[in-house]
Write a protein that binds this ligand. Sequence first.
Ligand code: UDP
Length: 336
Amino acid sequence: MGDMGTVLVTGGAGYIGSHTCKALSAAGYTPVTYDNLIFGHSEAAQWGPLEIGDIADRQRLDEVISQHQPTAILHFAAFAYVGESVADPGKYYRNNVAGSLNLLEAARDNQINRFVFSSTCATYGIPQTLPITEDEPQKPINPYGHSKLMVEQMLADFGTAHDIGWIALRYFNAAGADPDNQIGEDHDPETHLIPLVLDAASGRRDSITVFGSDYDTPDGTCIRDYIHVSDLAEAHVLALQHLEAGSESGAYNLGNGTGYSVRDVISVAEKVTGLKVPVIEGGRRPGDPARLISDASQAHDMLGWQPKICDLEEIVGTAWAWHQRQSATNKESAIV
Ligand code: UDP
């Protein structure tokens, strides 16, 4: 067991959760991954025990908690497809909201009084002011964003009533892969821009469709703030340490503070891979704000967080290394 104690990581076999387990382990913690493996990958749980279970299953949660005695919960487990949340909101409110409530009650009843939550810039909806600070009004424009905002509210209320210290981390666009190439992004279906662009570069997909080129931005395509997944992971360790030091609960934006357009991402991917990316000009995707750029100075000032892999070329480079490793692995398994 790591010297710093054990933490329960729901969704620890997923993209951001697994990178956070690696960072926790490096900081001396023992991460216990709790994952139903619907979207998570068992091979991503490399830095501590994997306990298969669903956040909706209170009996299983209690069993795992009593076995491992975690002193904190880092809660990543959630559904995260915006379009699906519009088509099937019940699925999102049940898993993301009711599931989180179940987990919070388990924390309360087992005297676990530190809780770090995966939130999102989708809780802001269409921002009035750029860059976006934590004071921006939270007005989600889809059920996914609503589900995450509801959990933030539950955290605040449980925090007050039951003396649970909490931190909600509002991610901008998570991107890239572990620089050691042990883990990376592996969604099925994949909907995120960078892995799709790399698929188009390598020929795994025919092309990438640009969702709208008529936005009020310099090149007409949407602007996002891409933040490296290992930098996100590090922020969770700092958030946990902040709570352990007895500091205040709160919500923090996590982003680089720099915006890149869809076309910027495509041209950087062509440079990194040395390959041509076939592009199709498509229509706008409903619910996409033109620009999302973070002001993450609170995370810097209060948590001491400083992202390290800020350059888009470097971010895409880590994603490309992972993409190539995946292609090699898939070839091997195809041969077997
Ligand atoms: N995007 C795109 N084509 C795609 C996927 C995404 O043009 O096939 C755009 C999308 O409209 C957005 C940006 O890329 O402006 C990032 O989208 P992603 O789904 O990666 O993250 P989101 O911003 O939705 O969290």
